[in-house]
Design a protein around this ligand. Structure first.
Ligand code: PRT
Ligand code: MG
Length: 212
């Protein structure tokens, strides 16, 4: 049996065409079913639905043999115990710094003042500001970061942006786009050896179907 970990929403939707290229059809719609384990047309392949941030953990410890996770999630996780054979070029977005319109980010950075940054992506943010030589106090959040600069909790946020409409709706501006994000295929390292005959054709089919 091969177990594939996916998160509901954009990753599930954008992985379906890749699965189709490997001849795999998921037999239930996660938006309609409450099941967490979804059967496929192949008796030896099943899909488990987990939170996006839990995908690397499931694959690392063998709760799933493989999975699909955003680069953002993988950088926060650290990637330990994971083989990352493919950038699938799906669920694309960018990692950016955003501030309130009236906050002069360039001046704050130039002056070398400490800035307060709220984010869910503390590892990525820590690295980014260290590379720039900017002193930051990081505030870890789990939910909507856009609220932080509006309430005075922070000067800036580090968040994912795709269309930019969430920032716009909250009167925030993107002042730095510092990383391009897409989702990767991750494979459990032991499974890669023990289930190679099953995994190899799947990885090859995925590779051939990656969107441009
Ligand atoms: O939503 P939930 O809390 O359950 O989990 P999650 O947010 O971790 O999962 P999900 O499915 O929303 O995201 C899974 C992966 O999709 C992420 O890890 C990213 O790699 C990728 N991805 C691509 C995105 C976006 N685009 C995206 N726009 N993840 C989140 N967003 C959010 C962003 O955080 C912001 O709140 O969408 C909002 C901005 O969108 P725009 O279009 O208004 O700019
Ligand atoms: Mg989300």
């Amino acid at each position: 049996m091969l177990t594939l970990a996916l998160s509901k929403g954009r990753i599930f939707e954008e992985t379906l065409p890749l699965l189709a290229a490997a001849g795999i059809t998921v037999l239930e719609d996660p938006e309609k079913s409450r099941k967490l384990i979804l059967p496929t047309n192949r008796d030896d392949v099943r899909v488990v639905l987990v939170r996006a941030t839990d995908v690397p953990t499931y694959v690392q410890y063998g709760g799933a043999d493989l999975g699909v996770a955003g680069k953002d999630v993988l950088l926060e996780h650290g990637g330990e115990g994971l083989y990352q054979p493919l950038d699938l070029n799906i669920a694309k977005c960018r990692m950016s710094v955003a501030v309130r319109k009236d906050f002069d980010y360039a001046a704050a950075v130039k002056q070398g003042s400490r800035i307060r940054v709220a984010t869910k992506y503390t590892e990525v943010a820590r690295q980014h500001f260290a590379d720039k030589g900017v002193h930051v106090d990081l505030i870890k959040l789990y939910g909507s970061m856009e609220l932080a600069p509006l309430t005075g909790l922070a000067d800036a946020i580090v968040d994912l942006v795709s269309t930019g409409s969430t920032l716009k709706a909250n009167h925030l501006v993107e002042v730095e786009h510092f990383m391009d994000i897409s989702s990767r295929l991750v494979v459990n390292q032991a499974a890669l050896k023990l289930k190679r005959d099953q995994l190899k054709p799947l990885i090859d089919a995925f590779a051939s179907a990656i969107p441009a």
